[in-house]
Design a protein around this ligand. Structure first.
Ligand SMILES: [Zn+2]
Length: 320
């Protein structure tokens, strides 16, 4: 299963609609909270220093004034994301203290960024933290009606915001931005082995190369977005665009739609606004790459929790 997707989560949409049902779930003995503070999630570490998600029993919440969002059921436990973004330092410390009391095996209890700890988490923790982070991001940033500017209030377990202006009552739903991400391959010829095209963004650590990606524009198909982005960023033309897999990517609110396509040209010209560099690599070269952040290696592959890495590993496996 793709990282940041959860195999055991039941989103239980039918339980969102009734406020009485939501209150009942929140007060159920197994109910758990996933607090998010300014994009950061509550984590601890085991003896070996491996991070994991920390939840709080719902009935131990130090305050009930924070927005909560019903995430669904995990093995029949109701799970709620809770936004503590407005909490001051002392009440924030209170959340960490209560978490530490309920997870006595955990060390270094803190709010930390999923971007930092993500690759080291187990998949189910990563998925729930990603879902909570995405919903809280939406809650914290979508504050006024886009139609009339009126105040919004949360309904349906936090999955709909309803405009409070009487003659508007516009419904606003959580939004996810579609982005295509693609492995561009060049087939082996009598003169050249099979190659794949990877590029790098100037903001990444030195040596990191990854698949190209970009947002889908209004009025284009996903296949067109793949071909346009690759042409814009690297001046490479492509054909035979094939869907592979998708991944929610909560940084802050994308769905990554993964493709493979075959190059029909080889001469790379980078758009310097998009890419610092792009190169063709052989499978032998890729096998010598380290992973993102491993500075001992001159070249590095993307994070292990990313669909970019999935697409690259898949291509490497297909060549051997
Ligand atoms: Zn409105």
């Amino acid at each position: 299963m793709m990282f940041y997707t959860h195999g055991l989560l039941d989103r239980a949409d039918h339980l969102r609609k009734s406020e009485a049902k939501q209150a009942e779930l929140f007060n159920a003995p197994g109910a758990k909270l996933v607090p998010v503070w300014q994009g950061k999630s509550l984590v601890g570490e085991d003896q070996a220093g491996i991070p994991h998600m920390l939840t709080l029993p719902a009935n131990t919440a130090p305050s009930d004034k924070h927005q909560k969002i019903f995430l669904g059921l995990v093995e029949s436990s109701p799970m709620f994301a809770i936004s503590v973004s407005n909490a001051d330092e002392s009440s924030l410390a209170e959340w960490s203290t209560i978490a530490a009391q309920h997870h006595t095996d955990s060390q270094k209890v803190r709010f930390d960024d999923l971007r930092v700890v993500g690759p080291a988490l187990c998949a189910s923790d990563g998925a729930l933290m990603a879902y909570a982070r995405g919903m809280i991001y939406w809650h914290d940033t979508c504050r006024f009606c886009s139609r009339c500017g009126g105040e919004l209030h949360s309904t349906n377990g936090g999955h709909i915001k309803l405009c409070s202006t009487d003659d508007c009552q516009h419904h606003t739903f959580p939004r996810t931005d579609p982005a295509v991400i693609m492995l561009i391959k060049h087939m082996a010829t009598s003169e050249s082995p099979a190659l794949c095209l990877l590029g790098r963004n100037k903001n990444w650590p030195p040596g990191v190369f990854s698949t190209l990606a970009g947002f889908v524009e209004v009025g284009e198909s996903l296949e067109q977005a793949v071909q346009r982005e690759v042409y814009e960023e690297a001046n490479i033309t492509t054909e035979n665009v094939q869907y592979v897999a998708s991944q929610p990517w909560p940084f802050p609110r994308s769905i990554m739609l993964g493709f493979e396509a075959t190059a029909t040209s080889t001469e790379i010209t980078c758009d310097p606004d998009e890419l610092e560099d792009a190169q063709w690599f052989t499978v032998e070269q890729l096998k010598t790459f380290g992973t993102w952040g491993d500075e001992r290696c001159e070249f590095q592959l993307p994070r292990t929790d990313s669909i970019a890495r999935f697409l690259i590993d898949r291509w490497i496996n297909e060549q051997s």
